[in-house]
Design a protein around this ligand. Structure first.
Ligand code: ATP
Ligand code: MG
Length: 567
């Protein structure tokens, strides 16, 4: 760990302890007959890959629909052609499915462009929207501030008939980008800046990933979102806290045209995770500048990155349940996420031995070509996982750090004069060792041939147990060891004048070459395996038969559980 700060506790809430505030609202709405069937939606903009924050929103929206016997749609909020792409659409669908959720309908906001336009026409004809020819800069400048009211546009009182013609001309492409916009006519003095004649449509002469060049005006988020909900019959439109101040606008748009259904917006606190960033702009930048290997780099907080790191859908869902839903923003420690994975893999992951920084261990009293196939349990937590046979022999490899010529007190591993247990194998006693250039390269030992399985026949106590591999029967592996991508725990608290990239951890990926037991040849991509004493790993999809690459998903040390006990 690069940061010594102690993990903080998350807000405590579990379903057994009571409903969250959204569940309470929904229950009330059902009890009072305000809604008959709960309809929610997860509405990503297809301008990037999903991250763990989106996973929270997915678990929440799909979870609520499931809990109350309702439906949840996957809706692509694709109203801005500048940044959207089909690649993102595909990855989002894949990630939602992988997380274990089934949408009721697959929807695209772009399918409603004509309807949106009709509602813009309706607002305009009612005198509630106008075409503004001020420059974007002027519009910004005249918006006012929190303490000063805005200034009304000189185009604000254009008669509706004229505005309708201008809007039609905007649609037909007669004006250039930035030349004019359609604005709602609300209140330039409103204390809520969002209500000061917000822009509804702007001109963008860009091809859209689905509608091509059919449109050259595109609706703004605030205008479109409630209408999307209305069209789909969404009852509870759940979004993150920063949209709370937009809710009056959400309501205004819905209340001023004839919609087929009236949705309601509710806000919850977004997930912030320690030692990472979650803005799609920054994640995209990390990908494009090749600081990471791609959206699915195992260090990324993306769903695809977590998947490649070895996370399971159930561990992510469990995490989302643990953090709960609240109305106050907070920072959750990534250690809690790791804890959820570790707990699961402890129960399910087969155990294997791998030596990542090897030195030779030679058993002097073991016949050159003799192999003893010793049984090793696949998972001590799960007897039904059975055992495997591991070839024990004369020439073994152990970790360099498991032998010390002059160890400190309390070191129970191999040392001059000492005796240790080789896991699943035999007890061995130090005889001598060899060094090259001041580095130990080989330790020579004698085995107690009566101690097969690791028990001394006379019951003498041996404290240290080492893992090992047979040097003649093993597979070379590459292990990728990961650490936080950023050194700062709370990336919203960067020092002034610093960029988030200034906090990149230079040691976030360390690659080591080692050797693993033969059984690793059968490892399946992304399936969790415990390398004894090293942590949980999974085979990276980049591996080939001759080049096995393992990603460390999470180490064995549970700093989270430890902090919980202390705290
Ligand atoms: P950007 O980084 O571009 O602002 P975004 O994170 O808002 O993007 P969207 O595609 O608009 O991305 O998000 C889809 C849904 O996921 C929204 O309903 C949003 O509220 C939710 N969401 C996004 N980030 C988080 C987060 N960190 N925690 C919880 N929900 C989130
Ligand atoms: Mg957004």
């Amino acid at each position: 760990m690069t940061d010594l700060e102690k993990p903080e506790k998350p807000e405590k809430r579990s379903p057994e302890k009571g409903a969250n505030f959204l569940e309470e609202i929904i229950q009330r709405d059902l009890d009072q007959g305000v809604v008959r069937e709960v309809v929610t939606r997860f509405p990503p903009e297809p301008n990037g890959y999903l991250h763990i924050g989106h996973a929270k929103s997915i678990c929440l929206n799909f979870g609520l629909a499931e809990k109350f016997g309702g439906r949840c749609n996957l809706r692509f909020d694709d109203t801005n052609p500048a940044k959207e792409d089909d690649e993102y659409v595909r990855s989002i669908e894949e990630d939602v499915r992988w997380l274990g959720f089934k949408w009721d309908r697959l929807c695209f906001a772009s399918d409603y462009f004509e309807q949106f336009y009709q509602w813009a026409v309706e607002l305009t004809s009612k005198g509630l929207a106008y075409v503004d020819f001020q420059s974007p800069e002027e519009i910004r400048r005249t918006r006012g501030t929190l303490t000063e009211p805005g200034i009304e546009s000189p185009y604000r009182d254009t008669p509706p008939e004229e505005n309708l013609k201008l809007l039609e001309r905007m649609r037909s492409g007669e004006f250039e980008e930035g030349q004019c916009v359609l604005r709602a006519k609300i209140d330039m003095k409103s204390p809520n800046l969002n209500m000061r004649d917000p822009v509804i449509y702007r001109i963008l002469k860009r091809s859209h990933h689905r509608t091509g060049d059919k449109w050259c005006i595109y609706p703004m988020y605030d205008f479109a979102h409630g209408y999307e909900d209305a069209i789909e019959g969404v009852t509870h439109s759940i979004c993150t806290l920063e949209f709370q101040d937009h809710r009056p606008l959400y309501d205004w748009f819905l209340d001023n045209v004839s919609v087929p259904h009236r949705p309601r917006q509710y806000e919850f606190a977004r997930l912030n995770l320690s030692h990472t960033v979650m803005s799609k702009r920054k994640l995209l930048e990390l990908v494009e500048s090749k600081i990471v290997s791609g959206w699915d780099d195992p260090r990324m907080p993306t769903v695809s990155g977590l998947r490649r790191r070895g996370y399971t859908p159930s561990s992510i869902r469990r995490f989302c349940e643990e953090i709960g839903v609240s109305k106050a923003d907070s920072l959750v420690d990534v250690e809690l996420l790791q804890h959820c994975l570790r707990e699961e893999l402890n129960k399910t992951a087969p155990r294997r031995m791998a030596v990542l920084n090897p030195i030779r261990l030679t058993i002097l009293n073991w016949p050159e070509d003799q192999v003893d196939m010793v049984p090793g349990e696949n998972n001590p937590e799960d007897p039904s996982a059975g055992t495997r046979l591991i070839p024990f022999g004369r020439d073994l490899l152990i970790e360099a750090e498991d032998f010390m010529v002059d160890p400190p007190k309390g070191y129970f591993r191999l040392q001059p004069g000492g005796e240790v247990r080789l896991k699943h194998g035999y007890l061995v006693r130090y005889v001598s060792h060899r060094e090259e250039d001041g580095r130990v390269t080989e330790v020579l030992v004698e085995a107690d041939l009566q101690s097969r399985g690791g028990e001394a026949p006379d019951g003498r106590r041996v404290k240290g147990t080492l893992h090992w591999v047979n040097a003649r029967r093993c597979v070379p592996i590459t292990a990728r060891l990961y650490d936080h991508l950023f050194t700062l725990r709370d990336m919203s608290k960067m020092e002034e004048g610093k960029d988030y990239k200034d906090y990149l951890n230079p040691n976030s990926l360390v690659e080591v070459k080692g050797f693993g037991e033969e059984a690793l040849r059968d490892a399946e991509p992304l399936k969790g395996i415990q390398f004894l004493r090293h942590g949980y790993f999974c085979l990276d999809p980049d591996s080939s038969k001759d080049h096995l690459i393992f990603n460390r998903s999470v180490s064995l040390k549970d700093s989270w559980a430890k902090a919980q006990k202390k705290g």
